[in-house]
Design a protein around this ligand. Structure first.
Ligand code: NAP
Length: 484
């Protein structure tokens, strides 16, 4: 199979925070891969912008090092590297000062797509938007890309939306949630809305429950200071897990285009019932010795921030009434894995003997590692000895099914940046979606604060606190094992 790469139009992309961690780890290596794939036009221009003093050659060296470190390829395997680097320049700009803006303006060319990536702390978003406007750069066709976290509650998200809306229209604002750029997430929509097979069964009549797990093995490590003010609910559930929930539960949009898709996602968030306090478990990893506990990493021996959340929620609409959705995410868990499992009901009546057992179909959508889908179906166990049933997977890992080209699929950041250049907002969050997600999350966090809730401790490399297992057991259900 030959992959089809459609080059985008010539563009000028300014990366504010172009010397930072995200730019060096994801944005610039991602652009390089698109350049190698032939999708980034030869005359595209990428301009790093930050306060550090550096000339264009110094910036190219920094990017060269970043590509070697994070792209994983050896220099001799990258014949395109120098061509890519020649497309880069650098401007010293202070988001809160006036220096550098004129120089930046002079670097931007006529008749190119203009995109401004705000890869800086959210506290600078408003400053940059204002200076873009004051310097005549916030033209009607310009695009801005903003990173998470988008607020820490409803009030701050509204304030952030307002500060951007003062200078840019909603159709110019691209709020990134890189989970939406994953190949499998888009494939989920292809599977749901491109086949007749699933959609008739995609409701509470046939689906017993849905589980969404995003498990990490890493600790909060060096991010302890930031994370301690955030916690798993703000850092993961409010954005990544809710976005996955929306895609799995939304009604079919009339068209695969930004307005229609985002309208349907918003309806799901608005239909979420408030979560009962006894339907949610907070956890914090605890370890003696060198590994350190969460509180060691957070540098606050009394921190009550959660590094783990498991919850049960309900969507109040015709499709989902009676089908719970369980969400779970945490750090220092047994394996790094992200998956959605759609667990179907048992058949209404078994024609087989009791010892044949009762089985359920499970559709598993794996986001990482090994992106792919698997459908568990029940068949007869081969061989003599009567009718015994066994579950076998119909596995569709992309690289097996589609050949080596499937391994070349762009990573989430690459795809999303190219979508910005194409002007396609389908895989970006709209302002009202983000606010609705905070409106659902805020009461949960406020409840913890009001009750002075203490997270349950859990061992590193486990599946989280015991209570999270009980959340399922009480309902006669079981979490899927967290495994690589
Ligand atoms: P970082 O490593 O601290 O980098 C911040 C960047 O902003 C640096 O290039 C810094 O360069 C620049 N900067 C700081 N103050 C500035 C100012 N006044 N004017 C102009 N530039 C300024 O942060 P990061 O990890 O890259 O994160 C950037 C954004 O992405 C944040 O919103 C973060 O929440 C989000 N994010 C990051 C990750 C990640 O994996 N890193 C993941 C998801 C989201 P100078 O000091 O030279 O100015």
């Amino acid at each position: 199979m030959v992959s089809r790469v459609i080059p985008v139009n010539p563009f000028d992309l300014v990366v504010f925070g172009g010397t930072g961690d995200l730019a060096r780890r994801k944005i610039l290596p991602g652009l390089f891969r698109r350049f190698c794939a032939g999708q980034m036009p030869q005359d595209a221009q990428v301009i790093g912008a930050a306060r550090s003093e550096m000339d264009a050659e110094g910036y190219r060296q920094m990017v060269r090092d970043a590509i070697h470190e994070f792209d994983g390829r050896r220099p001799e395997e990258c014949p395109e590297l120098e061509g890519f680097l020649s497309r880069l320049s650098y401007v010293q700009v202070d988001a809160q000062g006036e220096g550098g803006w004129q120089e930046l303006k002079e670097l931007l060319r006529k008749d190119t797509v203009k995109a401004f990536y705000f890869s800086v702390a959210p506290s600078l978003f408003g400053d940059i938007a204002e200076r873009l406007k004051n310097n005549g750069l916030a033209k009607r066709d310009a695009r801005i890309v903003v990173e998470k976290p988008f607020g820490r509650d409803l009030a701050s998200a509204q304030a952030l939306n307002k500060s951007l809306a003062a200078y840019f229209h909603e159709d110019q604002i691209y709020r990134i949630d890189h989970y939406l750029g994953k190949e499998t997430v888009q494939n989920l929509m292809a599977v749901r809305f491109g086949n007749m097979l699933f959609e008739p069964l995609w409701n509470s009549q046939y689906i017993d429950h849905i589980q969404i797990t995003v498990a990490e093995t890493v600790s909060v490590g060096g991010r302890g200071g930031y994370y301690d003010k955030s916690g798993a609910m703000r850092d993961m559930v409010q954005n990544h897990l809710m976005q996955l929930l929306c895609l799995i539960a939304m009604e079919p949009p009339s068209k695969f285009e930004p307005g229609a898709v985002r309208d349907e996602k918003l309806k799901v968030i608005r239909a979420l019932e408030p979560v009962e306090p006894h339907h949610i478990v907070r956890g914090q990893y605890d370890a003696q010795g060198d590994e350190g506990s969460y509180r060691d990493h957070a540098e606050n021996p009394r921190s009550r921030t959660e590094s783990f959340v498991a919850l049960k929620c309900h969507i109040s609409n015709w499709r989902w009434a009676g089908t719970p959705i369980y969400l779970r995410t945490g750090k220092r868990l047994r394996a790094r894995t992200s998956e959605i499992a759609v667990v179907f009901k048992e058949t209404p009546h078994s024609i087989f003997d009791d010892d044949a057992g009762r089985h359920r179909n499970i559709l598993t959508i794996r986001l990482q590692p090994n992106e792919g889908m698997e459908l568990g179906v029940t068949i007869k166990e081969p061989g003599p000895g009567g009718m015994r049933l066994v579950d076998v997977p119909l596995d569709m890992s992309f690289s097996d099914a589609l050949g080596p080209d499937a391994e070349e699929v762009p990573d989430a950041y690459e795809r999303l940046i190219m979508d910005v250049i194409r002007g396609n907002q389908t895989l970006f969050m709209r302002g009202d979606e983000v606010e609705a997600a905070w409106a659902w999350t805020d009461p949960i966090i406020e409840g913890w604060e009001a009750r002075n809730d203490v997270p349950k401790l859990y061992d590193p490399m486990s599946s989280g606190p015991e209570d999270s297992l009980m959340l399922m057991h009480r309902d006669g259900r079981k979490w899927r094992e967290i495994r690589p």
